[in-house]
Design a binder for this molecule. Structure first.
Ligand code: AMP
Ligand code: TRP
Length: 331
């Protein structure tokens, strides 16, 4: 039996190379060995204010990027969360199994809540919706970046809690699939190596969007912060900014850290950044071309309809099982 893989990406802005290296790149790799479901989680994006038209556009853009990054819609199911109502329904059932205390411990909630005046209830229960996404599909593996580790732990806890209560495997307990930090699990901001690269950052210089044009990529990389040592070597503690650039270089080129250090011995940061910019532009070029091709009217909608049909079948079965267990009447 092939393993089942599920992952989701929020359509809350333009995706970055952090999303690509931490998660999406692995989606494409896993699809030939596992049975994959990749979801644009638009309901998650609603936890903070969104412009409605922008959100609809971003939802389709993320789906186009999935395909452009190598996810084959004939192999994997690509769909939009809101098109499969079982996600929201199971989320409610799971909210009634989760504890306020465990949600209060979520560090991402604490961080996000700190930054705003009005905190929606949805932002608080967000990890339960994520658990529903995962548990609906009997998921074995969840490829995500490191920032999602705690959320995944909650999904596991909820699954185990329900299974223990009914003394049977109602839910498969999912495993995380997270790359180590030096291979993309946590790509840091180009302006502040203590913060992760984020598409919702205020300063666009801190991230590279997958759809940034070449000149923009060049400018952003050339103005990335470094340090005063002018030596290219990997040391997360002492040289976090340069190490982060090296991770990106290494993943885009296939070169090891040692090879990169040797290549730039005595050369300084200018040449290194120039080459990194070129490498990034070249890596993103085919992805950007594919996105443009998928912009023909109706092209991506067709793919998403097919994906939602496939997802709906699997999800409905699990939702029914869970309803029966909890005593939710249906006839
Ligand atoms: P999000 O944009 O929050 O929906 O994230 C989509 C996926 O990208 C998740 O699996 C995240 O863990 C991953 N991700 C987001 N930002 C980064 C980053 N800076 N480094 C590595 N992975 C990331
Ligand atoms: N919370 C995830 C993020 O911000 C997105 C997400 C929602 C997700 N549901 C998921 C990831 C299910 C993996 C599996 O990145």
């Amino acid at each position: 039996m092939k393993k089942r893989v599920f992952s989701g990406v929020q359509p809350s802005g333009s995706l970055t190379i952090g999303n690509y290296l931490g998660a999406i790149r692995n989606f494409a790799r896993l699809q030939y060995e596992a049975d994959c479901y990749f979801c644009v989680v638009n309901l998650h994006a609603l936890t903070v204010p969104q412009d409605p038209e922008e959100l609809k556009k971003n939802t389709l853009d993320v789906a186009r990027l999935f395909v452009a990054c190598g996810i084959d819609p004939n192999v994997s199911a690509i769909f939009v969360q809101s098109q499969v109502p079982a996600h929201a329904e199971l989320s409610w059932l799971l909210e009634c199994q989760g504890y306020i205390g465990e949600l209060k411990r979520m560090t991402q909630f604490k961080d996000k809540a700190k930054k705003r005046e009005n905190v929606s209830v949805g932002l608080f229960t967000y990890p339960v919706l994520m658990a529903a996404d995962i548990l609906l599909y009997n998921t074995d593996l969840v490829p995500v970046g490191e920032d999602q580790k705690q959320h995944l732990e909650l999904a596991r806890d909820l699954a185990l809690r329900v299974n223990n209560r009914f003394r049977e495997e109602v839910f498969k307990v999912p495993e995380p699939y997270i790359p180590p930090k030096n291979s993309g699990g946590r790509i840091m901001s180009l302006q502040n190596p203590a913060e992760k690269m984020s598409k919702s950052a205020e300063n666009p210089k801190s991230y590279i969007a997958l759809l940034d044009p070449p000149e923009v990529i060049q400018k952003k990389i050339m103005s990335a912060v470094t340090d005063s040592e002018a030596v290219i070597r990997y040391d997360e503690e002492a040289k976090p900014a340069v190490s982060n650039l090296m991770v990106i270089y290494s993943l885009f080129s296939g070169k090891t850290m040692e090879e990169i250090t040797r290549l730039y011995a005595g050369k300084g940061y200018g040449q290194f950044k120039k080459d990194l910019a070129e490498l990034t532009v070249e890596t993103l070029k085919p992805i950007q071309q594919k996105v443009a091709e998928l912009s023909a009217p109706g092209a991506i909608e067709e793919i998403l309809k097919k994906g939602a049909e496939k997802a709906e079948e699997t999800a409905a079965e699990k939702l029914r099982l869970c309803q029966d267990k909890l005593g939710v009447l249906r006839f």
